[in-house]
Ligand binder design. Structure first.
Ligand code: DMJ
Length: 603
């Protein structure tokens, strides 16, 4: 007897071996079911797909597990970045593509070795939590992922953001300035670009959690805040730094506009009121102190700068005016005051090469230090010239300053063995011990002298531009450079290429693109590691020594600016987008009638 489950006609016992001809099946009942079975499988497959789609749309995705198999983009119910246009490639679009590849490379290093921690350590392949531990690089890079059309990475970070609760332990604090410009700015710009509502929702959460920073007698923000308890703490100086006070207005005003929460506007605007009051009482006309008394809301020192402690405050005066549809005249007027204060007091030229630089002054004494951080200033000046209704004379002066400063920022790269720029320099401010002549390097004096001589000695004046503006030639010999590297490292900072980008956009002069390309070339040659890109210890030394850090702003800013500089498309038109100090684009908006009434905006 055969066991019951084996049929007598099973292949093993069948006398017919091999695959029978199709014809022989026609008319047999089993074959007639095959099309129906295929149809059913197809319908089930469609239903299954719909279910998983509904599941992704309908709920917040689960917690991120970096080792978990990644879901396929498209099944997430999150809008993907738009497809990038297919055009005939040009020299510059190919270069933009190479920047995109470099970005992908750096991000992959972060994704592989560091996600969801804050930053990659690109030499050791380790990671570090140095800004709250919420995934800083991912948040900071989010809008660049969108702009470059990297959908898989984009989806993963949106999922991370969707789950973010922005925790602090009972003893930890989130630094207010950095958290606003990097995390909040990152979320808001990614929301503005993609329309993904969950990003706005998280931005609103974070905006609220950081608000206690403003609970001071003056209303100026504290250095850091515990996002859970709302406790705050001051910084090392015991005062508020000017850059920290005035680098949250773009983010909080845009958030106020999107959410209708008036509190956001009022809290962030308080610093603007205090700046206006201070402007009636300047120690040096147009210059705002680098430190502010957190209780009184008044200047706490007589140091003036465009570099560390001050930099982005200058930026936010103009940029919040542009962002809010040019409706807030106070911001514009304070920008013009401050920028004229800079031109009249902080700009100098060196005696031999006539390098134009911006320095800081303390109790009326210029330090003659020039920081890489200050290399954002050419971009700001050029943006002001491009967007504001300035007199012809001011336009010219501001444009010369922008051009000359960007030229110096460039030359501090081009002079070095690596082609990368040092973080800080001491500029030569005298003719040397063997000279009996005094050198007064204040740029505005040289400009006025040059203007006079153009009128009285026109036949002798060789140049169309005043000293400090003309083109410079790179110099390898350190002795004749007119400056010394004080902090010799290149920290992957964006400011110089940021200025190249804005100068290219506003003047159309291709030399800014060429210089950006030279910087990118050096980055590829000297800063690349097997895991990402690293800061360089000494820009004038070959072979290079690399520092084990890849700051998030390298992805948020440096590579974004280079990509925008080379792209043939006008991805972020300057009249529609304003980039915050971390290069996160926010869209220009107009206050509604009720908002103007509520916020007392009259222009
Ligand atoms: C960035 O985080 C921001 O641009 C900030 O305003 C100052 N500098 C760093 C990069 O150098």
């Amino acid at each position: 007897m055969l066991p019951t489950h084996i049929s007598r006609s099973s292949p093993a016992s069948s006398p017919t071996r091999g695959f029978p001809p199709i014809k022989s099946f026609i008319g047999r009942p089993l074959f007639r079911w095959i099309p129906l079975a295929i149809g059913c499988i197809f319908v089930l497959w469609i239903v299954a797909r719909q279910l998983s789609y509904i599941e992704w749309v309908g709920r917040i995705p689960g917690p991120i597990d970096p080792h978990h198999k990644r879901p396929i983009p498209g099944e997430w119910g999150i809008s993907p970045p738009p497809p990038r246009p297919h055009r005939v490639p040009t020299l510059w679009s190919r270069r933009a593509e190479q920047v995109r590849e470099a970005f992908k490379y750096a991000y992959k290093g972060y994704d592989t070795y560091a996600f969801p921690r804050d930053e990659l350590l690109p030499v050791s392949g380790e990671s570090v939590n140095n800004f709250n531990g919420w995934g800083l690089t991912a948040f900071d890079a989010l809008d660049t992922l969108w702009i470059m059309g990297l959908s898989e990475e984009w989806h993963r970070v949106v999922q991370l953001a969707a789950n973010a609760t922005f925790p602090c332990t009972s003893t930890s604090y989130a630094p207010f300035f950095e958290t606003v410009i990097r995390y909040l700015g990152g979320l808001l710009s990614a929301y503005a670009l993609s329309g993904e509502p969950i990003l706005l929702s998280r931005a609103d959460d974070l905006g609220k959690m950081l608000l206690p920073a403003f609970n001071t007698t003056s209303g100026l923000p504290m250095y850091a805040v515990n996002t859970v308890s709302g406790r705050t703490r001051g910084g090392w100086s015991g005062h508020a730094l000017w850059s920290e006070v005035l680098s949250n207005q773009m983010e909080y005003k845009y958030l106020a506009h999107l959410t209708g929460r008036a509190e956001y506007f009022h809290k962030t605007e308080r610093a603007m009121e205090l700046m206006e009051q201070a402007s009636h009482n300047f120690t040096v006309e147009g210059l705002f102190a680098t430190m502010w008394d957190i209780e009184l809301g008044t200047p706490a020192n007589t140091q003036y700068s465009v570099g560390a402690f001050a930099d982005s405050a200058h930026e936010y005066l103009l940029k919040q005016y542009l962002l809010t549809g040019r409706s807030e005249a106070r911001a514009r007027d304070l920008y013009l005051l401050s920028v004229n204060g800079i031109i009249n007091n902080l700009l100098y030229i060196t005696p031999r090469r006539h390098l134009l630089y911006v320095t800081d002054i303390h109790a009326n004494q210029p330090s003659h230090k020039f920081e890489h951080l200050s290399c954002f200033l050419p971009a700001l000046l050029a943006l002001g010239v491009h967007t504001l209704d300035l007199s012809a004379q001011d336009k010219q002066l501001h444009q010369w300053a922008a051009q000359g400063l960007a030229e110096t920022c460039w030359i501090t790269y081009a002079d070095q063995a690596t082609g990368l720029g040092p973080d800080e320099m001491t500029m030569t401010s005298s003719l040397g011990d063997d000279s009996e002549l005094e050198w007064d390097g204040r740029w505005i004096k040289h400009v006025r002298q040059w203007e006079k001589s153009r009128v009285t000695e026109a036949w002798m004046v060789a140049s169309d531009v005043p000293p400090g503006v003309g083109p410079l030639k790179p110099m390898r010999d350190t002795a004749g450079r007119d400056y010394m590297n004080l902090k010799s490292g290149y920290l992957l900072r964006p400011e110089t290429v940021e200025s190249f980008y804005i100068l290219w956009k506003t003047t159309g002069e291709v030399r800014w693109r060429e210089r950006g390309w030279a910087v990118f070339d050096s980055l590829q040659k000297y800063a690349k590691t097997p895991q990402g890109f690293a800061s360089v210890y000494n820009v004038n030394k070959l072979p290079v020594d690399l520092k084990d850090e890849m700051p998030s702003f390298f992805l948020a800013e440096t590579l974004k600016y280079l990509y925008l500089l080379f792209s043939e498309e006008d991805i972020l038109p300057l009249d529609r987008w304003v980039l915050n100090t971390e290069a996160h684009p926010l869209p220009v908006f107009q206050w509604k009638t009720w908002e103007k009434a509520e916020y007392d905006i009259s222009h």
